[in-house]
Design a protein around this ligand. Structure first.
Ligand code: TMP
Length: 213
């Protein structure tokens, strides 16, 4: 049986990492085997690529190089972790996925959706999440929330101008209007209520899966 591939997405400060943990716990309670991953990362190579991407010392990184580095980390993760887990019937919960590249590099950096899709064709080999939960909130609110967190590696992209983050959010919303895999959940709400909305989006996919005794 093929497993399930679910990704959480959203602009900076959308709370997706917290929501991912809560969702993982809920799925495990139902007796499902869950593998949590993050992009970029969750492989030795991917974590090193993440450090490169976050390092403010690389302020001159071109948009093309950036897109290719995200895709390289993705190629490693999908081939070495995600595909094997799905083949074993597990639920893969991913903190970001290829849709982040479409939003950040495609719209934020202005490379365009088409170029980013092409760059990622080899990286994904056509494997896309069954469901992408997009945690949406106003950009300013997300950036304020994020300012309170200390992040490793310097966070080169998070420090971009607010205009950049607006393009990213608009990109996500535009993608959500055209792509039925994406379910938008309002993230500027109480975390418990957000968790319920996330669960409502995920539930139909896991319905029928084995319940914990
Ligand atoms: P994180 O904040 O979810 O850990 O993600 C790391 C940063 O990398 C965040 O600013 C979003 C950005 N990013 C991209 O620009 N493109 C991508 O393909 C991915 C996966 C993340």
């Amino acid at each position: 049986m093929r497993g399930l591939y679910i990704a959480l997405e959203g602009p900076e400060g959308s709370g997706k990492t917290t929501q991912l943990r809560r969702l993982a716990a809920r799925l495990r309670q139902r007796g499902l085997e869950v593998v949590e991953v993050r992009e970029p990362g969750s492989t030795a190579l991917g974590e090193q690529v993440r450090a490169l991407l976050e390092d403010p010392a690389h302020g001159d990184m071109t948009a093309e190089a950036e897109a290719l580095l995200f895709a390289a980390a993705r190629a490693q993760l999908l081939r070495c972790v995600v595909r094997p887990a799905l083949e074993q019937g597990r639920v893969v919960l991913s903190d970001r996925c290829v849709y982040a590249s479409l939003a950040y590099q495609g719209y934020g950096r202005g490379l365009g959706e088409e170029v980013v899709r092409r760059v990622n064709e080899v990286a994904t080999g056509g494997l896309l999440p069954d469901l992408v939960v997009l945690l949406d909130l106003p950009v300013e609110e997300g950036l304020v929330r994020d300012a309170g967190k200390s992040r490793s590696g310097g966070d080169r992209i998070g420090q971009e101008a607010v205009e950049f983050h607006r393009r990213v959010r608009e990109g996500y919303l535009r993608l959500s209007r055209e792509d039925r895999r994406i379910r938008v959940v309002r993230a500027d709400d109480d975390p418990d209520r957000v968790a319920e909305q996330v669960w409502e989006a995920v539930r139909p996919l896991v319905e029928g899966c084995r319940e914990a005794p």
